[in-house]
Write a protein that binds this ligand. Structure first.
Ligand SMILES: NC(=O)c1ccc[n+]([C@@H]2O[C@H](COP(=O)([O-])OP(=O)(O)OC[C@H]3O[C@@H](n4cnc5c(N)ncnc54)[C@H](OP(=O)(O)O)[C@@H]3O)[C@@H](O)[C@H]2O)c1
Length: 414
């Protein structure tokens, strides 16, 4: 049965699927500052295919990818989809959700209406040739990120996802806690556990950029859990305290250094000397934090352009710089001499496969990793939340907005 529309925070009667829904929508003509790019509109509830599930979203996690979507750069996600033949001239972002399965397609077997779920954000074609030949689905040519590359993400009352994206919600987590951690947690998990032999081992120093950010707060906890020595980089005293509280062995304030950005021109010895002094002083701070003259076996990268030259320099011989993002720009420089002479590894990493997602749900569900929810907003604050991320003004940890959950702290439907 269908109804027309229900208000945010009002749960519809079971088996009633509204025809229309509220969504926080980005349009091409609003591309720019996230605070104004997102606007609440009423749109049609998306239809589901036979392998899909309609989830009523209770809360949505806020991630950096929809800062990029709002800016319309470096990818115009709406234009890109239209080029691929999709009709919608709007984007509903949101790549993290907790919610209730509301309806299922004819071929869905593993979840049923009424299940409480957390939604992971990677989608792929399960019948793709590369997956059938054994590829990790996250590396499939068919892989895309729900609520960023694909439409109908979690910043709406309902979302259409594939059955395999649904994970059981740990019952004791509030809707907003359950929505906040999976994208950052699973991405960090793959970076730290997914690239053997460079998986965190007991005693390994791990340098974590943006330790108080969404990825960083999960990476500190995971590195510590697996016996590593997390050293966090931050830009303020309160962020440093937060990282120490999560288990970082040491913290470095990056504002005390100024050698960031591109490598110096090798034809300018003074600039090279200044850069080298800066990066060595930074490396010395890592040794002090570790307690011995040992560089990080793993450097957990995501700022990109500003930090990559430093990451490659300070990484231990035969260590790995593992990168999943480029907040400060994607045209980073690498001094190849460090790469080959010191036999370092530069590894790209993107989100996570289902086994890695489930591992993180398990670690959070069993209380071994904290979801680090630091801020819960109202649905209308979706743009504001992304603006905080864009301006690097967010409180330490992960952020979420309530969608259909009427109040924070609720673990059940009512
Ligand atoms: N590929 C994937 O699957 C994937 C998944 C998640 C995220 N990402 C990407 O990874 C990046 C970080 O995501 P997040 O969720 O952790 O974002 P976040 O919560 O905004 O945290 C990023 C942290 O990076 C630090 N930072 C910002 N600019 C920096 C700079 N120029 N140099 C050094 N540090 C800087 C900031 O910490 P301080 O100012 O305290 O140093 C900030 O807290 C984003 O670009 C995002 O798109 C990719």
């Amino acid at each position: 049965m269908t109804t027309e529309l229900h208000e945010i925070g009002e749960i519809p009667s079971p088996h009633m699927t509204p025809r229309r829904m509220y969504a926080s929508v980005i349009r091409r003509e609003r591309y720019g500052a996230p605070s104004t790019a997102f606007r609440t509109e009423v749109v049609d509830v998306p239809p589901i295919g036979p392998d899909q599930v309609l989830v009523m979203v209770m809360a949505a996690g806020v991630n950096y990818n929809n800062v990029w979507a709002a800016l319309g750069s470096p990818v115009d996600v709406i234009g890109q989809r239209q080029k691929n033949g999709q009709p919608e001239d709007y984007h509903i972002g949101g790549s993290d959700a907790s919610g209730v399965v509301w309806a299922v397609g004819s071929r869905v077997r593993t979840v049923a209406a009424g299940n409480h779920v957390i939604v992971s954000s990677c989608q792929w074609d399960e019948s793709a040739a590369d997956i059938r030949l054994g590829a990790d689905p996250i590396a499939s040519t068919t892989q895309s990120v729900w609520g960023y590359e694909s439409n109908y993400g979690s910043f709406a009352q309902f979302t259409a996802v594939y059955e395999y994206q649904c994970h059981p919600k740990p019952p004791h987590l509030s809707w907003e806690e359950a929505a906040a951690f999976l994208l950052t947690g699973a991405t960090a998990y793959r970076q730290l556990r997914g690239w053997p032999p460079h998986t965190v081992q007991p005693g390994d120093p791990v340098l974590i950029w943006g330790g108080a950010g969404g990825l960083g707060c999960m990476a500190i906890q995971l590195a510590a859990l697996f016996g590593g020595i997390p050293i966090a980089v931050v830009s303020s005293g309160d962020r440093a305290e937060f990282c120490l509280g999560l288990g970082a062995k040491g913290v470095i304030d990056r504002t005390e250094f100024d050698h960031w950005g591109p490598l110096p021109d090798p034809d300018h010895p003074d600039a090279t000397a200044r850069w080298t002094a800066g990066v060595r002083a930074f490396g010395k701070r890592i040794w002090e934090a570790v307690g011995e003259r040992r560089g990080p076996r793993i450097v957990f990268e995501h700022p990109g352009q500003d930090t990559m030259p430093t990451s490659m320099y300070v990484c231990d011989n035969a260590g790995m710089v593992v990168i999943c993002g480029a907040t400060s720009g994607y045209q980073a420089q690498v001094d190849l001499r460090f790469l080959w002479m010191r036999q370092k590894r530069l590894q790209g990493s993107h989100y996570a496969n289902l086994r890695q997602c489930r591992a993180v749900v398990h670690l959070v569900g069993t209380g071994r990793v904290d979801p680090c929810l630091s801020w819960t907003g109202r649905f209308e604050q979706t743009g504001e939340a992304h603006q905080m991320l864009c301006d690097n003004q967010q409180p330490p940890g992960n952020l979420a907005v309530l969608v259909n959950a009427p109040a924070p702290g609720m673990t059940e439907l009512r």
